[in-house]
Design a protein around this ligand. Structure first.
Ligand code: ATP
Ligand code: MG
Length: 559
């Protein structure tokens, strides 16, 4: 929890500003366009954007498209939409790392000229063998001593397509005995005949991430290059590249890399590799299946950008890996929607209720609050008549103790309407209850009886004649939490009940024209959102975003 004071990244930035190392802060979010963004990326986006806002700086978005094998334009589009949806504004600074390929090539040539890089003919396997281990130093490549002239000629030939893929690489000449494996003459360029989504077939050599990334940051004037912890051991190389290529003098200068812990959600799948498999095997309905935590999926399920921002704030930034409970995300959306979403009545498992003493053709309109906790949301009229739908579990033929809803002889309140007393019920041949019979007390209109008698149960309802039929989808975790995320063979341990489709639900007619992403509270049931993919005029489909209740408690501390 980082609720008090400044987090460690803010402290670094404030020191840099105070000491005059930095005039204006510039951060960036550098997605690789090889999949959809997820909740972890949202944290990175909002962190980088938030810091730029806080220090009156700039926030760049840069597609890190230096590895053409896995990249697709489709992902570029979805990533842009997701970042925009979260509310992070890159203004006119949307960049592609591939736009800097020429400069990166020039940097590599400079390293060669300075005797800091060499062309190596070892195979990938040999390079691995020569690299040594954590406890043993590596061995120098036999090609390490090539002259500058030879290296310049060979590197140019690499670029010109003279050599087959994988036969030659350019390596930084650093230190094969370094305790940091990343500094043992890392590969910085490789030959690969791949068509790039941006540069086409112009290049047949591509820079490696550790070489490309610092240069990208430097070209854009990024001051604080925030990344996740697994890059901590790469930081010396980050600084080496920038110093040797002439972008900065010391490791303390900017751009500087700062690492923070990734966001993990307990028992939730975020890895691109796994999600891709779920999508390809059609176990989920695409990258935006509401059970996933890709940003597109959270959006489709009904989460708001505000709820995700709140979540990211609550999680804070840290140097230690930890895992956050999904319940915290649910808490954030409940908090956000509590006062914003209209509260309507919806019956998800319908059972017919007939009020035998209500006039046959009468219909009346009852006025109810749109949101009891937020009177500003006004009121609406809900039609009431002789035949209603109630939820099947609000009636029991033989109630257990402490069951206060409908059963023969018991009186309950129909929310916002009347008191009704159960007088009987009908069953079909199979013994299933088909209709519940009641009488109503006309004096209890609005939901209270003038004689002061009380009822213990209040149930919701919709009028059968005017109700709108719709589909409701209920979700559980994709993962079977009892058994953990992975099976012994590494596959995902899937919960067979993660999706329940309720095809015959009834809602108030006030919601008939709801549009994609409209959100409601269905009283007593949860928060719901109109599904943007499968809903159509005349065929409403709702996703349950979250139930109403939770055991989640905000950790102690100032809110
Ligand atoms: P994954 O492996 O989870 O699919 P990635 O790291 O390959 O993600 P990138 O596109 O390379 O995805 O990441 C873009 C940025 O998002 C990087 O700066 C990365 O550090 C950050 N990032 C990725 N995953 C998380 C996470 N779980 N929490 C916070 N930041 C993350
Ligand atoms: Mg990555």
């Amino acid at each position: 929890m980082e609720n008090t004071g400044k987090n460690f990244i803010e402290q670094i930035i404030e020191k840099d500003l105070a000491e005059g190392h930095v005039k204006q802060v510039c951060t960036r979010f550098p997605p690789e366009p090889n999949g959809y963004l997820h909740i972890g990326h949202a944290k990175s986006i909002l962190l980088n954007y938030g810091l730029a806002q806080e220090y009156n700086g700039k926030f760049n978005v840069r597609f890190d498209d230096t590895n053409p094998t896995k990249e697709k334009t489709e992902f570029v589009q979805s990533i842009k939409e997701d970042i925009e949806w979260l509310g992070a504004d890159w203004e006119d600074r949307l960049f592609f790392a591939s736009d800097y390929f020429d400069q990166m090539y020039e940097c590599a040539v400079k390293l060669i000229r300075d005797g800091k890089a060499f062309v190596c003919d070892l195979s990938a396997d040999e390079i691995r063998e020569y690299r040594g281990t954590l406890t043993e130093p590596g061995k120098e490549s036999p090609y390490r001593g090539r002259s500058i002239e030879e290296n310049l000629k060979l590197f140019e030939e690499m670029k010109n397509g003279v050599y087959e893929d994988g036969t030659k690489v350019l390596r930084a000449k650093i230190d094969m005995a370094s305790p940091n494996m990343n500094m043992r003459d890392p590969v910085i360029y490789r030959v690969a005949r791949m068509t790039h989504h941006n540069t086409g077939d112009k290049w047949c050599i591509y820079p490696m991430y550790d070489f490309a990334h610092p240069i990208e940051d430097a070209i854009e004037g990024v001051t604080h290059s925030i990344c996740t912890l697994e890059f901590e051991d790469h930081r010396p190389l980050y600084d080496w590249v920038l110093i040797e290529c002439g972008f900065k003098k010391t490791a303390q200068d900017t751009p500087k890399q700062i690492e923070f812990a990734k966001l993990y959600l307990t028992n939730v799948v975020t890895g691109k590799r796994y999600i891709k498999k779920l999508v390809e095997e059609k176990i989920v309905d695409g990258w935006n299946d509401p059970r996933l935590v890709s940003i597109a999926a959270l959006k489709r399920r009904g989460f708001t950008p505000e709820s995700i921002r709140k979540f990211v704030d609550l999680v804070g930034v840290s140097k230690a890996n930890s895992s956050v409970d999904y319940a915290m995300l649910e808490y954030c959306i409940r908090e956000d929607l509590k006062l914003k979403a209209p509260r309507i009545m919806a019956v998800t498992d319908p059972l017919r209720l007939v009020i035998d003493n209500y006039p046959q053709d009468q219909e009346e309109l009852l006025e109810v609050e749109n949101n009891l906790e937020n009177p500003e949301m006004g009121k609406r009229q809900v039609p009431f008549s002789k035949e209603l739908f109630i939820n099947r579990d609000d009636f029991m033929e033989e109630p257990p103790r402490k069951y206060f809803r409908l059963f023969p002889g018991n009186e309950v309140r129909l929310m916002g309407a009347y008191f009704v007393k159960c007088t009987g019920f009908d069953k079909d041949e199979s013994g299933k209850v088909t209709t519940v019979h009641c009488t109503y007390d006309p004096a209890s209109r609005g939901g209270n009886s003038p004689d002061g008698r009380k009822v213990k149960g209040t149930i919701h309802w919709v009028s059968a004649k005017t109700a709108v039929k719709c589909e409701v989808r209920m979700f559980e975790n994709l993962i079977d939490e009892e058994k953990g995320v992975y099976n012994p063979d590494g596959s995902l341990n899937l919960n067979p009940n993660s999706l329940t489709v309720l095809p015959e639900c009834y809602i108030e007619p006030s919601v008939a024209d709801a549009k994609a992403y409209d959100r409601f509270q269905f009283v007593r049931t949860g928060f719901f959102c109109v599904d943007a993919k499968d809903s159509a005029p005349g065929r409403l489909v709702f996703n349950r975003i979250v139930s109403l209740k939770s055991s989640f408690k905000l950790p102690a501390g100032p809110a």
